[in-house]
Design a protein around this ligand. Structure first.
Ligand code: PEP
Length: 257
């Protein structure tokens, strides 16, 4: 059985004090026998204080990005080793804001994924189509192509450390959550792309989560969809109460599906 996963992507939000208090509140709200992987992804400068705030809790620490290079002359970049050094065990790769706003290429995303996994980090690989791509009937082709490119150099054994996040670009930060049926279809498409790249057994074992304007009110119907193993949450992860409600919904809803 796939263990539910829920991640809070804080993006470029919080400050030192609010990052610490948000992390404390989330850590306090999750019990020792929590039945899901709960991961918070603060901005780089707050990784260490958040690591301290969640120490001893079931909440894990993740980074929002990493360099595709090991070290050296890369001004402004942060390496996988540095992330591990401050206590991060997860990293997000291929987020749509990095693909579309910052302009990361498929090749760079593939390098970052290889670097993360090769360095002992676990990765949330984000894929998803734009509104125009969906309207043109290309959503599934786009998702399959993103997976083919990112996973070309990733062997089957490393896939234990990968969570795929289906994040339709038009749903991120817009207040529009995908319809459960559309999310379910995209998740099936992701598993069939994984089966084509690896095999059906591996495809059924990889966790695939949904992201895009998830709030407690919409989560229940999304998490009840067969094959949805939790969520990656942006805006609602900045409010401890909402994020904890989503964590509970993932644990209950996913376990029941
Ligand atoms: C995200 O950034 O991964 C995300 C899902 O954001 P939001 O929940 O705000 O749409």
């Amino acid at each position: 059985m796939r263990r539910p996963f829920i991640g809070g992507n804080w993006k470029m939000n919080t400050d030192h004090a609010s990052a610490r208090s948000l992390a404390h509140a989330i850590a306090e709200g999750t019990g020792a026998d929590w039945a899901a992987d709960v991961v918070v992804f603060p901005p780089f400068p707050y990784l260490l204080p958040v690591a301290e705030a969640i120490a001893g809790s079931p909440v894990a620490l993740g980074a929002q990005d990493l360099s595709g290079e090991v070290n050296g002359a890369r001004t402004g970049e942060v390496s996988a080793e540095m992330l591990r050094d401050v206590g991060a065990s997860w990293v997000i790769v291929g987020h749509s804001e990095r693909r579309h706003t910052i302009g990361e290429s498929e090749a760079l995303i593939a390098d970052k994924l290889s670097m993360a996994l090769g360095s002992g980090l676990r990765a949330v690989l984000c894929v998803g189509e734009t509104r125009a791509e969906r309207d043109a009937g290309k959503a599934h082709d786009i998702i399959a192509a993103q997976l083919r490119s990112a996973l070309a150099a990733i062997d089957a054994a490393a896939m234990d450390d990968v969570v795929i996040a289906y994040e339709p670009v038009w749903a991120i930060g817009t207040g529009i959550t995908a319809q459960p049926a559309d999310a379910g279809e995209a998740h099936r498409e992701i598993r069939s792309a994984l089966a084509a790249r690896y095999d059906a057994r591996l495809a059924s074992g990889v966790r695939v989560v949904y992201g895009g304007s998830l709030v407690p009110a919409t989560a229940k119907s999304i998490f009840a969809v067969d094959g949805v193993d939790g969520g990656l949450v942006g805006g609602a992860s900045l409010k401890a109460h909402d994020f904890l409600a989503l964590c509970t919904a993932a644990t209950v809803g996913v376990a029941a599906s």
